[in-house]
Write a protein that binds this ligand. Structure first.
Ligand SMILES: Nc1ncnc2c1ncn2[C@@H]1O[C@H](COP(=O)(O)OP(=O)(O)OP(=O)(O)O)[C@@H](O)[C@H]1O
Ligand SMILES: [Mg+2]
Length: 394
């Protein structure tokens, strides 16, 4: 999914395979002292500190080394492509280390700024649920980032790519991924000092290691959070359509609760298997949060929201609790959303409650397609209009 200023209309390339970032926000917001303060992180001692380490550990590489690692950026080494460029799998010379190398498009300063933020943030922040930056290359006008290789790819690949034969994510794995991702966010919000607002939480930025261990990636949009008496950071509205908190999209005022909203969208995707924005769906189902809101008001409708790919294999109570957490995170009013530490507590508990399909029968009676069908079974009392009154996404 490409980056774009989320205050505007859905970008036409949102669903395209070849992704492009949009560089200029539609609605510029005047710089404020807070913004200048946050931006100062790029060149001052105000960079966030990891509790244990504030050393810059990333190595520098020459372009030649990275070209050699990727066999000259050969097509068969390509892992994927995002808003900033292509990502290749590579093996570093004289080492057995496999890495993922992101080659940024060489088209302008914006990318360079995000490159610097990414290098600084990932050099200073270290947590088991954040991707490791092995190093970077800033040779001439080349900008490349070298990350640890995450063998299972992104959460987006697993949730939304239904290639036959691909293992579907079971309930326990989904809860593990949700809890781990929340812990990565909790580290940014509560352990980094000053706090870091991630600003780009989405399924494609949650990468999976062995055993589906999740790590957050892509910190180019991250901002230092408010310090002192400030409640927010004012900034240009950047992010990804469908994940952006409504108040941030409308005012450019960024808080830690903007990330909590995005986390709620991700959690809804994990539970429902639906995309944050699904252009192929009808108006009422186009935006995941707009589709989910009316269903979340009625516990009896929760089972309709479970991903059909789960084939009814989930704990009823666990589904209810996970959806309740998601519902709190995506509330319109930021102050009504929980802090991420509370989300971590709830999801860690849910992840610890292992579901065993052998001992728990599938929720067969409730296993209906997550999209309430237009033509209902005879005798089904649910209203067809359940999703008809949703508002368009902001
Ligand atoms: N460290 C990594 N290990 C393995 N695969 C990776 C790694 N980093 C990225 N990828 C793969 O490359 C793809 C593209 O990543 P990239 O971050 O460039 O784009 P994106 O997340 O899809 O979009 P955006 O640019 O908006 O973040 C990912 O979806 C993932 O499949
Ligand atoms: Mg990404």
């Amino acid at each position: 999914m490409g980056w774009f200023p989320c205050s505007g209309q859905s970008h036409s390339k949102l669903n395209s395979k070849k992704k492009r970032k949009v560089k200029d926000p539609i609605r510029p917001i005047q710089p404020s002292p807070e913004k200048l303060k946050a931006n100062a992180a790029l060149n001052s001692q105000e960079t966030p500190k990891d509790a244990g380490s504030n050393q810059i550990a990333a190595k520098t590489f020459t372009f030649r080394e990275l070209a050699a690692a990727t066999k000259n950026f050969r097509a068969d080494c390509l892992l994927g492509e995002g808003g900033f460029g292509r990502v290749y799998k590579g093996r570093l010379e004289n080492s057995t280390q496999i890495v993922a190398i992101k080659q940024l498009d060489r088209n302008g300063l914006q990318g360079n700024r995000e490159f610097l933020v990414e290098v600084l943030m990932l050099s200073l922040l270290h947590h088991p649920n954040l991707v490791n930056l092995t190093g970077y290359c800033a040779d001439g006008d080349q900008r490349l980032l070298v990350y640890e290789y995450m063998p299972l790819g992104s959460l987006e690949d697993h949730l939304h790519d239904h290639t036959p034969g691909k293992r579907r994510l079971d309930w326990n794995t989904r809860m593990k991924i949700a809890a781990g991702s929340a812990k990565g966010l909790e580290y940014l919000h509560d352990k980094a000092s000053p706090p870091v607002i991630y600003r780009d939480l989405k399924c494609s930025n949650i990468l999976l290691g062995e055993g589906y261990h999740p790590k957050l990636s892509d910190f180019g949009l991250a901002k230092l959070g408010p310090v002192g008496d400030n409640t927010h950071v004012s900034t240009r509205v950047m992010g990804t359509y469908g994940y952006c908190a409504p108040e941030y999209a409308m005012t450019g005022q960024l808080t830690l609760k903007s990330d909590v909203y995005s986390f709620g969208v991700v959690l809804l995707e994990i539970i429902t298997g639906r995309k944050a924005v699904e252009n192929s769906k009808t108006a009422g189902e186009h935006n995941l949060v707009a589709w989910a809101r009316p269903l979340l008001k009625d516990r009896k409708k929760f089972s309709q929201m479970a991903d059909p790919m789960l084939q009814g294999q989930y704990p009823e109570r666990g589904l209810f609790q996970a959806l309740s957490v998601a519902a709190m995170c995506v509330q319109e009013q930021p102050h009504m959303r929980p802090v991420i530490a509370d989300v971590v507590t709830a999801l860690s508990y849910l992840a610890s409650q292992k579901y065993h399909p052998e001992t728990h029968p599938a929720q067969s009676s409730q296993w209906v397609p997550a999209t309430p069908p237009r033509t209902r079974r005879e005798g089904d009392k649910r209203q067809n209009g359940d999703t008809g009154s949703e508002k368009k996404p902001k």
